[in-house]
Design a binder for this molecule. Structure first.
Ligand code: GLV
Length: 338
């Protein structure tokens, strides 16, 4: 008597990831890896989604309502990131598709990079390196490459979740005062670690007026899109420095260029821009007081391996009939497997 053959689940992975996570997925499903440097174009995503039970996606993959509608078997979108702004989460939820993500394991790595950008910008490290490589280091100078103090200054945190708090811990270790944007009533209060009792919650206007450094740690949503624009730059302390490791679109980039040119902002340390990658002729690239890294906040070897492990677990959870352990839409009613 013949038994029905159970079809292997199909997983589309949009870029090569940590091999250990890949092997675990290979043991459970049929895997297709887009093994190119550049992300799959929309046409390749669409055709892969037509037959996939799961997709392991990156921040570079825009998974919109049209993609979701063309994915009849899809039950989980597992994003290798904490942010899920590249995915239409509402459309996924309506379609019964779980959205997994990778919070927690990238917190410290991202705060390390944010603090590194703060230091590089304050003390002009990248600019000084360019100066040396250009053969301009002719002597020691009492007024050469003067930067700003980090110790004894004030850091204002826009976003006081896990990454914002990890940034606060670093700042306190450097003798900085820490302000953070107080949650508005009705918002979920962040869980706060006891070592952060010295940090003070303030309004946005007060934070901008008092901070020597402002660092952004909010997800990109409709509410946070362009939340730092011309009005906010005008409220900042003259000579403040902006650090952004969240998403480029949280800042109005044209207004930031204006603030940098006028000297209102003394510098900016940016791991994210809008768009990404930044256009080669973008005015930000002409400014010496700007340090830009190519969206590498979580790019430590250990953090990326842990992210890949969680992204794989999130898929395997759904294959086992439960929600992903790190689920961005826990209210979803998972659709039945086809
Ligand atoms: C990276 O940007 C992330 O959201 O993890």
């Amino acid at each position: 008597m013949s038994r029905p053959v159970r079809q292997r689940k199909k997983v589309f992975i949009t870029r090569a990831i940590d091999p250990a996570a890949l092997m675990r997925l290979c043991a459970a499903a049929q895997i297709f890896v887009w093994d190119e440097e550049m992300p799959p174009p929309a046409s390749a995503l669409l055709s892969a989604l037509a037959g996939a039970d799961a997709i392991l996606s990156m921040v570079t993959d825009k998974i919109d309502a049209r993609m979701i509608a063309s994915a009849p078997r899809l039950r989980v979108i597992s994003n290798l990131a904490v942010g899920v702004d590249n995915i239409d989460v509402e459309a996924a939820t309506r379609a019964g598709i779980a959205v997994g993500h990778t919070p927690g394991v990238l917190t410290e790595a991202t705060a390390d990079l944010a603090f590194g950008l703060l230091m590089a910008t304050a003390r002009r490290i990248a600019e000084a390196d360019r100066h040396v490589r250009a053969g301009k280091w002719r002597t020691w100078g009492p007024m050469t490459m003067l930067g700003r103090d980090i110790h004894s200054s004030t850091l204002g945190l826009i976003g006081f979740g896990a990454i914002g708090q990890a940034m606060a811990r670093r700042a306190m270790g450097f003798g900085m005062r820490v302000l953070y944007l107080k949650h508005r009533s009705g918002q979920r209060k962040p869980r706060r670690d006891a070592g952060l009792a010295g940090a003070t919650g303030v309004s946005l206007n007060r934070l901008l007026a008092r901070s020597d450094y402002v660092s952004i740690h909010v997800p990109l949503t409709e509410k946070t899109s362009r939340m730092i624009g011309a009005r906010e730059f005008a409220l900042m302390k003259p000579g403040a420095i902006l650090i952004n490791t969240s998403r480029g679109a949280v800042v109005d980039q044209a207004a930031m260029v204006g603030a940098l040119k006028s000297g209102r902002l003394a510098g900016a340390g940016l791991d994210v821009t809008d768009p990404e990658p930044i256009a080669p002729r973008d005015p930000l690239l002409q400014l010496d007081n700007v340090v830009i890294t190519p969206h590498i906040g979580s790019a430590s070897i250990a953090a990326r391996a842990s992210m890949a492990a969680i992204a794989a677990d999130n898929i395997l959870d759904v294959f086992a009939g439960r929600l992903p352990r790190r689920c961005a839409n826990p209210q979803v009613h998972l659709r039945h497997p086809k």
